[in-house]
Design a protein around this ligand. Structure first.
Ligand SMILES: N[C@@H](CCC(=O)N[C@@H](CS)C(=O)NCC(=O)O)C(=O)O
Length: 247
């Protein structure tokens, strides 16, 4: 085996959502105001961290032109286990949003992307066939690409005990998934045809893992690399990838 580069609020209880958010603020979830955004008028609170799953949502919010406040949840300090955060994200994971416009909170990045796309009527086609393609690739990311890369990162870089079988299993599966993505992008400018929430979901993972996967496998995923360039050139993608700032 050659593995080269190492670097590798469901609905709130009915009631006053804003009052609940005010409750969060003294408990380690302070809002971080972005630029000229107004915390009193922003319709969306985003709870996130500096990871690919979080950045899917900041990219989407930027692309959709939605006004939002960022609440960093430092998962390195276990802030995802605070009771106030668990009230909106019971699976103790970022990202999560509160959409005051609709009085709803949403966790799971795929569900959040669909919610935002349906709310704004952007990046998720209405025509059934086109919509199915976007949901296919979004599901591919949620069920395969993200989890496999996440497990690979865990077993290669984080686990105290290095388990060759686990590393091999998740590495091989990651390479296979990149092959699938590269083939799809050979024939499409964006993953599911027109630019969509599927691209927003896949890109933050793909961009961090491409180098190590290519280096470790000796494969070259040129169509993925070209798509990365198209993605990085979008101002909203560049902005979303910086949220929250790494300080
Ligand atoms: N399927 C979830 C995965 C979210 C996820 O894994 N979040 C990680 C950071 S990228 C997290 O919050 N981990 C903290 C923990 O597991 O305690 C989604 O897509 O929203």
């Amino acid at each position: 085996m050659m593995i080269g580069t190492r670097p590798l609020i469901n609905n709130f209880p009915r009631g006053d959502l804003r009052a609940f958010i005010q409750l969060l603020r003294p408990h380690g979830c302070p809002p971080l105001l972005l630029g000229a955004r107004n915390k009193d008028t922003a319709m969306i609170d985003l709870y996130t961290w500096t990871t690919p799953n979080g950045r899917k949502i900041s990219i989407a919010l930027e692309e959709m032109g939605l006004d939002y406040n960022v609440h960093p949840i430092d998962i390195g300090k276990d802030e995802q286990f605070s009771p106030n955060f668990l009230a909106i994200s019971p699976n103790n994971k970022i990202p999560a949003i509160v959409d005051h416009d609709h009085g709803v909170s949403v966790f799971e990045s795929g569900a959040i992307l669909i919610h935002l796309a349906e709310k704004t009527g952007q990046f998720l086609p209405k025509a059934p066939n086109d919509r199915a393609k976007v949901l296919e690739w979004l599901s591919w990311q949620m069920a395969g690409f993200g989890p496999m890369l996440g497990q690979l990162n865990h077993f290669m870089n984080r686990a105290d005990e290095k388990l060759p079988l686990a590393i091999q299993r998740f590495f091989d599966e990651s390479v296979r998934l990149y092959k699938v993505l590269d083939k799809q992008l050979a024939g499409h400018e964006y993953v599911a045809g027109a630019y969509s929430i599927a691209d927003m979901a896949i890109y933050p993972w793909s961009v961090v893992a491409l180098g190590p996967i290519q280096g470790g496998s000796g494969e070259s995923f040129e169509h993925v690399a070209a798509w990365h360039e198209r993605m990085a050139a979008r101002p909203a993608v560049a902005a979303g990838m910086k949220i929250p700032a790494t300080s």
